[in-house]
Unconditional design. Structure first.
Length: 505
């Protein structure tokens, strides 16, 4: 529900959007003082000069932030207030990366176990069984920090599709494999089914599943009831949402892969971003500016999608992680009071790694009728270990491509004589760059995206911490599985079920 003040700000922003949509990015980008749209935190540079915004535009957006009492909302979240109002929970993911947490008994227990696995010559492979936030975060981070991976091989199995687990198991030695069953609720069908299969597989090979299985969960009693030994359960706080959970014990597989020091560095990077977001004035606050841009593009410029293009092969899983983060958080159509939203909230988030994406969907980004803003993410230096000049040159070509695409999208190239070669330009992007993808830099980047998600959620006034929209499909799958209430399904669904039931093994 909008107050009068908010309605006025909203109207002003609609007018601002109409005016700025009619201007050209080409002229905006060449205005003096354009560098005010480049934001800096440590070596992280967030270049928003290619956004359809001028000084009046950004001031109007900052006015929106004030009217939404954004600073108060941010402070409430950091203070542990029950910001997840439908579930009466705080948002505790930031607490999992504070120096206090890194000095806690919980962290000590987790890191001691991770070290014991790393040192154990009889464990060569770790398989994380989890889905959604219990999979995407640890998988993405393990891939992103592959250069720091000196522990056992790590696999991630999320899907209930049999091939996901099967294709990993055929590569594993049952006598040397540790399974981490990662599930906040310990009720998720896919994860429990995969854990059961893993247990059978161990037993079939004469291995006692007890020592070979550990659990990461916020539901310790359920994990114990399922058969995990209490010493093998690594709990995390119930106020940490799955998609925000990689910092907690959900990161156990990452810790085993890259070691405790590197994991702690990643947390330190995230903590630094937390301090920046909590304590920097709104006008210079990178999380706030990026959150405002989400709202600007989606609500006022009416651009329903948002692309994420990391120029880093090891960040290939980043778009999928951020997709769950933003879309499960902000894909909502009622506000926190349960009232229908006047205007749509969270955009469709999607993306893929550059430069490969340039040779697939960039055609659409450059010339489609729809305009879709993107974040272009790139480190200025190659990954650690690629120190020779030839790798630096190789990496330079990558980074040049990143900026070239951002420029091409924004500036375009008019060609009235050959319409098929005409580039309209005026397609916004943000160029996000940092020195090198270290654990610290990655932690800082991931925390930034968490804050973008939550801050845009605050501005849209949705609850970014629940995910009721996933429940109905789960419930209907359970009904079909048990055969209860089939009369509520369509004839087509019942016919499909009949076909499945008549399948022979
Ligand atoms: O179905 C959505 C979801 O609840 C996500 O929010 C969560 O990350 C995922 O399932 C896995 O849940 P859990 O960790 O409880 O198994």
């Amino acid at each position: 529900m909008q107050s009068n003040g908010l309605r006025q700000v909203d109207e002003a922003l609609k007018k601002m959007a109409a005016r700025l949509s009619a201007t050209s990015l080409h002229s905006l980008m060449h205005e003096p003082e354009r560098s005010q749209f480049i934001y800096q935190f440590e070596d992280l540079t967030v270049d928003c000069t290619r956004q359809l915004l001028d000084e009046d535009g950004i001031n109007a957006l900052l006015h929106l932030a004030e009217n939404c009492q954004l600073q108060t909302r941010i402070d409430e979240m950091f203070s542990g207030a029950l910001v997840n109002i439908t579930e009466h929970k705080p948002a505790q993911h930031m607490a999992a990366r504070t120096p206090d947490h890194l000095a806690s008994v919980t962290y000590q227990k987790l890191s001691t176990f991770a070290n014991s696995v790393r040192r154990n010559p009889n464990i060569t492979t770790v398989v994380n069984l989890g889905i959604g936030g219990s999979d995407l975060g640890p998988k993405m981070v393990t891939q992103a920090l592959a250069g720091f991976h000196d522990g056992p091989v790590c696999h991630f199995v999320g899907n209930i599709c049999p091939t996901d687990l099967h294709d990993v198991l055929v590569t594993c030695d049952p006598h040397k494999t540790l399974f981490i069953v990662t599930s906040k609720t310990f009720t998720t069908t896919e994860t429990i089914a995969n854990a059961m299969m893993a247990k059978h597989w161990l037993n079939r090979h004469g291995v006692d599943a007890g020592p070979a299985m550990v659990a990461v969960t916020a539901a310790e009693t359920r994990a114990q009831a399922w058969g995990i030994h209490p010493d093998h359960i690594f709990a995390f706080a119930d106020g940490i949402g799955g998609r925000y959970s990689v910092w907690s014990s959900v990161g156990l597989s990452v810790m085993i892969a890259i070691g405790i020091e590197n994991f702690s560095r990643m947390s330190a990077g995230a903590y630094a971003m937390d301090r920046h977001v909590q304590h920097t004035e709104l006008a210079q606050n990178i999380g706030v500016i990026m959150g405002l841009l989400r709202v600007w593009c989606r609500r006022y410029l009416r651009m329903p999608a948002y692309g994420l293009i990391p120029y880093d092969q090891r960040l290939a899983a980043f778009p999928a992680w951020a997709q769950q983060l933003e879309m499960e958080s902000n894909g909502k159509s009622v506000d926190r009071q349960g009232q229908p939203l006047q205007l749509p909230a969270g955009p469709l988030i999607w993306g893929a790694v550059g430069t490969s994406a340039q040779h697939s969907f960039f055609q659409w980004l450059h010339q489609s009728v729809d305009i879709t803003p993107i974040d272009v993410l790139v480190a200025t230096h190659p990954a650690a270990g690629l120190d020779e000049q030839i790798w630096h040159d190789h990496h330079k070509s990558l980074a040049i491509n990143a900026v070239a695409q951002a420029e091409a999208l924004a500036l375009g190239a008019p060609n009235p004589a050959e319409p098929h070669r005409h580039f309209s330009g005026n397609r916004p992007s943000v160029l996000i760059s940092w020195d090198q993808t270290t654990p610290y830099a990655l932690g800082r980047l991931l925390a930034l995206y968490e804050h973008i998600t939550v801050i845009s959620g605050f501005l849209w006034d949705v609850n970014s911490f629940d995910q009721w929209g996933v429940e109905l499909g789960k419930q209907m799958a359970n009904q079909l599985q048990s055969g209860e209430g089939l009369e509520n399904f369509s004839p087509a669904a019942r016919a499909f079920l009949d076909r499945l039931n008549t399948l022979r093994t």
